[in-house]
Design a protein around this ligand. Structure first.
Ligand SMILES: [Zn+2]
Length: 452
């Protein structure tokens, strides 16, 4: 169904001159044209007076004529005390904004679709973020407005202006149509969350990652959403998990955000009896709760020797953009770590010791061993920047690796010598105090240092 909606939207825009897409029953005024924080009753009041004019615009009445007509009607209604206490000023703003929209929709539809297309490109990531629930509508809207402003005036700084609804009252150089298009697209994105499917919450599955952070995934009774069976929904962090107040067997409503990733929208039961298992699924050590810099709570396995953590770390090391060692899948890594053949990165280059054992493991013949061996040997000749990025020192990635490579002229020994002499890495471009500390922490860690 959603797929259909997405494909239909562009078509709708082109046929808007023929069919009204404005929702029926007392909703002739487009949502995106209503000024922020306007009471619904004021909108209904304005609509009751201007609906005939709006319909006339649908049938070709010009904007100036329509505006003169609504102004006159509203002024008379205000004089006769028929506006439920709402001012003439507020009602004319509602009416004029609606007329702007109608003018674009019905009298210059090419302009309407062109403006929408432009805005769609400008804020496509925000649309996705709202669909997936990553960003609230309000935040996305602010960012969308900023981008629209910046597209006209690159020096525009939102922190210097109060963020009111300048969509309507303070538009120095941008056509309000662009803000309206942004609001419309974000409102549609928000609406996609409304297509909910009911199922049951059966528990969570934890998985430890390379950083030790533990991801939380809800296990659901299988439910078919748009042709695929959904059994799991990612819960992002502990705060989101807590907000749902889960209990086993609770009825939850799920949707496929962006038509791909299943998300839980709400827990209808909220029995709040389910406790997160505070044990690492991999090493069995107790988990800790830690807050991110933004204050979000996450689960962590602090065990430096946790296998899951090592697997991810080795996989990171072997990635194409880092050491580029092919043939070491996470499954293979898990086996090698499980057998105790690799504890640190250095062990990878010493696998020869275990050649016979490796060849005799399930699904790993002589041929795979040779391929792997060659890939590892080849990676010995990598550059310092890739090697540093592969080490997984927190915040020291590929960009930092390139800077170190340049400064130490690709020489690992020079880099090590600098650490031994207490070199201050903050002297390098883009290196902050935390990165400097991370390098020293990493180097002082006995297990880590053995890798090199
Ligand atoms: Zn663990």
């Amino acid at each position: 169904m959603k797929k259909l909606i997405r494909h239909v939207i562009p078509i709708l825009i082109t046929v808007m001159t023929v069919f009204s897409v404005i929702p029926v029953h007392a909703e002739l005024i487009p949502r995106e044209s209503i000024p922020e924080n306007t009471p619904q009753e004021a909108v209904n009041t304005a609509e009751s007076f201007i609906k005939d004019t709006l319909i006339k615009v649908q049938n070709g009445l010009g904007y100036a004529d329509a505006r003169a007509e609504t102004n006159k009607i509203l002024f008379n209604a205000f004089l006769n005390n028929q506006t439920n206490g709402y001012s003439y000023g507020l009602l004319t703003i509602i009416a004029n904004n609606a007329l702007f929209e109608y003018r674009d929709l019905y009298l210059r539809s090419d302009y309407y679709s062109a403006a929408e297309e432009q805005v769609k490109v400008l804020i496509s990531d925000l649309i996705t973020a709202v669909e997936t629930g990553v960003l609230s509508y309000e935040k996305a809207k602010e960012e969308a407005y900023t981008r629209i402003y910046k597209s006209v005036d690159p020096s525009y700084d939102p922190s210097e202006k109060e963020f009111v609804d300048f969509c309507y009252w303070d538009i120095p150089s941008v056509d309000s149509a662009y803000f309206n298009r942004a609001r419309k697209l974000l409102l549609i994105a928000l609406k996609w969350q409304d297509e909910l499917y009911e199922t049951k919450f059966l528990g969570v599955e934890l998985a430890t990652t390379r950083t030790g952070m533990v991801s939380i995934t809800a296990i659901l009774e299988p439910v078919t959403i748009e042709g695929t069976v959904v059994t799991r929904a990612y819960l992002h962090n502990v705060d989101i998990f807590n907000s749902f107040k889960f209990g086993i067997g609770d009825t939850v409503k799920v949707y496929k955000a962006n038509m791909i990733i299943p998300q839980i929208a709400e827990n209808a039961t909220m029995s709040n009896t389910y406790k997160l298992p505070m044990i690492c699924p991999c090493c069995g050590e107790p988990l800790n709760m830690k807050a991110s810099s933004g204050g979000t709570m996450f689960l962590f396995c602090e065990n430096q020797h946790c296998t899951a953590r090592l697997v991810q770390k080795f996989a990171h090391f072997c990635e194409k953009t880092r050491m580029n060692i092919e043939g070491l899948s996470e499954i293979t890594l898990e086996k090698f770590i499980g057998h105790g053949w690799i504890h640190n990165f250095g062990d990878l280059y010493d696998l020869e010791k275990h050649k016979d054992e490796i060849i005799n493991t399930d699904g790993f013949g002589e041929k795979s061993y040779i391929i792997l061996h060659n890939a590892i040997e080849k990676s010995r000749k990598c550059t310092l920047d890739k090697f540093i990025a592969a080490l997984g020192i927190p915040m020291v990635g590929r960009h930092a690796g390139r800077i170190l490579n340049e400064y130490f002229k690709g020489d690992w020994t020079a880099f090590e010598k600098a650490i031994a002499e207490g070199f201050d890495f903050t002297n390098l471009p883009d290196f902050g105090e935390i990165m400097n500390k991370n390098i020293y922490n990493w180097y002082s860690d006995e297990d880590e240092a053995k890798t090199v």
